[in-house]
Design a protein around this ligand. Structure first.
Ligand code: NDP
Length: 276
């Protein structure tokens, strides 16, 4: 097979900022795999045609980021359980006959980062999830799979939190609260899966929801993690994690699916950590 045939890409809009080419390139170099990994900027109306063209031209795998994860799911004829639960995909793999398989590695990447890199055993934890968008859905399922005792979901638009809890369908463990209805509650883990750090907004949450040992985790990283980190620091959080490790782990899960080998994520994470 020629070098050109080993073609991978990430689709998004915008996409120039994506670290995926660098991450997949580093994994490939580590394992002696020769591939090309490009960014493809596709506006929403062009996404489906761009994906079809990419795979018709020999593409072997595509990652998908905002705003196309739900469209990616809809394009595929086969879906992993992780993608089906969320109704969104970040990993597309070609099947025979021009069909596509859709998978979602956001939840597995999040849990791997928090349990393996940060050595946090989630079993028995009471977790609070801020947000009910695409990433929050993946994280909600992953937290429950990882054994949290309870999962409380709050979202600016409460109906979306209720829809997520209804879809999970485990009222003994998973329920919703209003954003301003958390007084008197305490959590071992607070996860920010909103885009407040990118779009603006404030984390007006009672500081009393944290305990001494509580961990605050922001799916965002870099400058976008500053506002949640600011709240967590003011609330006295001793443990704050950002989403850089999740980014690397979700990429590694996609890489493993395509190449059958799991890369060592630590060197890639450590190199990126120097910059973020
Ligand atoms: P979505 O657009 O699907 O969801 C955004 C969420 O943020 C919604 O719950 C929305 O609430 C909430 N929100 C937005 N603005 C505000 C505000 N001003 N106040 C309160 N809530 C607000 O985005 P995603 O779920 O795809 O992504 C969420 C974040 O996670 C992004 O910042 C993204 O970069 C990050 N992410 C990180 C990953 C990683 O690997 N580290 C992977 C995936 C995502 P409402 O329903 O009311 O609109």
């Amino acid at each position: 097979m020629s070098a050109e045939a080993h073609r991978y890409a990430v689709f998004g809009h915008p996409i120039a900022h994506s670290l995926s080419p660098e991450i997949h390139g580093s994994f490939a170099a580590q394992l002696g795999i020769h591939l090309s990994y490009e960014t493809i900027d596709a506006a929403p109306g062009d996404f489906a045609a761009a994906v079809r063209r990419f795979f018709a031209d020999g593409g072997l795998g595509a990652n998908v980021t905002l705003p196309h994860k739900e469209a990616a799911f809809a394009l595929a004829s086969e879906h992993s359980e992780a993608a089906a639960r969320v109704g969104a995909a970040n990993t597309l793999t070609p099947l025979v006959g021009g069909k596509l398989h859709a998978h979602n590695t956001d939840g597995s990447g999040f849990v791997r980062d928090i349990t393996e890199r940060h050595s946090l055993d989630l079993r028995g934890h009471d977790a609070l999830l801020l947000g009910a968008g695409g990433a929050a859905k993946a994280v909600a399922w992953a937290l429950l799979d990882a054994g949290v005792q309870t999962l409380t979901i709050v979202n600016r638009t409460p109906e979306r939190a209720d829809q997520l809890a209804d879809a999970i369908g485990d009222p003994a463990r998973c329920h919703t609260r209003y954003w301003d209805g958390l007084d008197g509650e305490c959590f071992d883990l607070v996860v920010n899966a909103t885009s407040i750090g990118v779009t603006g907004g404030s984390f007006d949450l009672p500081m009393s929801i944290l305990q001494d040992h509580s961990t605050c985790y922001d799916l965002c990283y870099g400058a976008a993690a500053a506002s949640f980190k600011g709240w967590a620091t003011a609330a006295g959080a001793r443990y704050f994690r950002d989403g850089l490790g999740m980014l690397v782990e979700q990429a590694a899960d996609a890489f493993e699916r395509w190449h059958g080998t799991r890369p060592d994520t630590d060197p890639v994470y450590n190199a990126l950590r120097q910059r973020f």
